[in-house]
Design a protein around this ligand. Structure first.
Ligand code: COA
Length: 346
């Protein structure tokens, strides 16, 4: 193997394939809590309706001065700490988000500067609620082929910055937060990430989107007046597709990994709605007590949700060395994905 500049992708001739593991994890949720009762004072809704239809009780809201890169930086610092990795060792930073600080430059560059990861190359990824799993797979491939040794993947969102606080059908569903992982070659004898499947269907893009602010409808006084800079969703249709694609992706990833659902200790689903999670549990034939669920406390934090749930479940001792973990996501685009891994960073 020839020596290479830090952070550069190796040439094809240099490539070797290795197993890749999650070596660090961290998350951050803003301090401010917005309860269902608070929402009752803002739109025509009730605590009971929200709990019954979504399982959500409260969500976090970033402070006005906090942007997505601030949430991402704090989660990343914690992930680097658990991995025992210095900022200078990071080769690549990927931030998955639909709420970047700016249209450009990308949020990962802003995080790089805050962390002091001076030799990393940095970019953003937009796959909505599937962004964390998309990011993990891109980073896994980069590490597996030897071009990158240490990759930092962050899912971070300030969803409250794109919510229409006059639309009760969406504003009660989302919250802010960030989750991060450090990926590196797996320690000897560890399986690390075993399989991933990703998929998309752009023909259904209209069901969940933000209509204006991009090149099709740049911001004008008219787009602002028409409330086109907010998330729009046809919830019932999205629900159906979410259940179907998350189940299919989960089955496909398990089959690719050669793992039976009975052998999965923990499933970490994207936290969109407790009813979606229950439907997946039923269809996969896997009891709810094997699902990591925190949707009641955070709502849907989009690209942050799986990283946030993973960090909590590892820190409180639920996920242990040797556990097989299945992560599964679905989001706007539509996009979806599932990853099977064996936990263990030592
Ligand atoms: N409070 C009170 N009533 C509400 C409400 C709220 N916050 N939001 C909607 N309603 C009303 C609707 O207006 C509708 O009233 P109507 O029958 O008089 O028209 C009624 O509740 C039922 O609406 P519906 O959309 O059919 O409810 P639902 O059971 O499908 O639940 C969602 C709505 C959004 C919770 C559900 O569809 C969902 O979770 N979808 C998927 C969303 C998602 O996960 N998106 C992200 C994917 S990554």
């Amino acid at each position: 193997m020839t020596s290479q500049a830090p952070g550069r992708i190796a040439s094809a001739a240099d490539r070797t394939v290795c197993r890749v593991a999650v070596m660090g994890w961290g998350s951050y949720a803003p301090a401010r809590v917005l309860t269902n009762r608070d929402l009752e004072r803002m739109v025509a809704t009730t605590h009971e309706w929200i709990v019954e239809r979504t399982g959500m009780r409260e969500r976090r809201v970033a402070a006005e001065h906090e942007a997505t890169s601030d949430l991402a930086t704090l989660a990343a610092q914690r992930a680097l700490q658990t991995a025992n990795v210095a900022p200078a060792e990071v080769d690549m930073i990927l931030v998955a988000t639909i709420t970047p600080d700016y249209p450009f430059p990308n949020t990962a560059c802003l995080v790089q500067s805050r962390l002091g990861c001076s030799r990393a190359f940095c970019f953003g990824l937009e796959a909505a609620c599937s962004g964390f799993l998309y990011g993990m797979e891109i980073a896994r491939a980069a590490v597996a082929t030897g071009g990158v040794r240490t990759a930092l993947v962050i899912g971070a969102e300030k969803m409250t910055s794109i919510l229409d606080w006059q639309d009760r059908t969406t504003c009660v569903l989302f919250g802010d937060g960030a989750g991060a992982v450090v990926l590196q070659p797996a320690p000897a004898g560890r399986r690390g990430i075993i399989s991933t499947v990703l998929g998309s269907d752009g023909s259904l893009a209209d069901l969940l989107m933000m209509p204006a602010g991009g090149s099709r409808h740049p911001a004008t006084a008219a787009t602002v007046a028409a409330r086109q800079h907010f998330l729009k969703m046809r919830g019932r249709e999205v629900f159906r597709h979410a259940v179907q694609h998350m189940c299919e992706a989960a089955r496909e990833a398990l089959s690719k990994a050669g793992v039976k659902i009975q052998d999965v200790r923990w499933i970490i689903p994207h936290q969109a709605n407790l009813r979606i999670i229950s439907a997946i549990s039923e269809r996969l034939g896997c009891p709810m007590d094997r699902f990591v669920v925190n949707v009641e406390r955070y709502g849907n934090t989009s690209a942050a949700s799986i990283g946030l749930a993973l960090d909590e479940a590892v820190r409180d001792g639920r996920i242990r060395d040797g556990d097989v973990v299945l992560m599964v996501a679905f989001g706007a685009g539509f996009t979806w994905g599932a990853t099977v891994l064996e936990w263990g960073a030592k």
